[in-house]
Design a protein. Structure first.
Length: 160
């Protein structure tokens, strides 16, 4: 119904008919996912740059990761644990899950599903992950989107 994912171009809920509200919610959900992907891409790029030494700021490599987590936490007002989660997810999307990153960037996956995919595939080798990622995405993008953490996780476990 609403093709735009630009929040500024979407109508306000009060300007929509009752039947249009569901479409408006879906458009905002796509926009939110796309924005979240771009935010995580920025987190991953910051981590990559800090670890590459371009802007290490004099920290030892082991301290660099902690510094990045602290930097992300301050910038996004997140706890240390959630900032660490953002760094892990952003880096995994950037380095290990290209198709998941693309689906997220198109607004087809929400943050919750992306987080499950990243967490449940973290232990897999890059080779195995490359083989099963398309099947994982098929499960995550299945019509109805009724997949929750346990069901998506179980699907990943079966595939791996």
């Amino acid at each position: 119904m609403f093709e735009s994912t630009d929040n500024a171009k979407l109508p306000s809920p009060g300007a929509c008919g009752t039947e249009e509200l569901v479409g408006l919610m879906a458009a905002h959900a796509r926009a939110e996912a796309m924005s979240a992907q771009r935010k995580l891409a920025a987190v991953a790029e910051l981590d990559r740059r800090r670890r590459s030494g371009e802007e290490r700021l004099g920290y030892a490599c082991s301290e660099t990761g902690e510094f990045v987590v602290a930097e992300v936490g301050v910038a996004l007002t997140l706890s240390k644990g959630m900032a660490s989660c953002f760094v892990d997810i952003g880096t995994s999307l950037d380095t290990r899950l290209p198709a998941t990153k693309q689906a997220f960037a198109r607004g087809e996956l929400d943050f919750a599903r992306v987080r499950v995919i990243v967490e449940r595939t973290a232990h897999l080798s890059d080779g195995l992950l490359a083989l099963i990622e398309p099947q994982v995405l098929d499960k995550a993008l299945a019509p109805g989107r009724e997949l929750i953490r346990a069901r998506l996780g179980a699907a990943i476990d079966r595939l791996s």
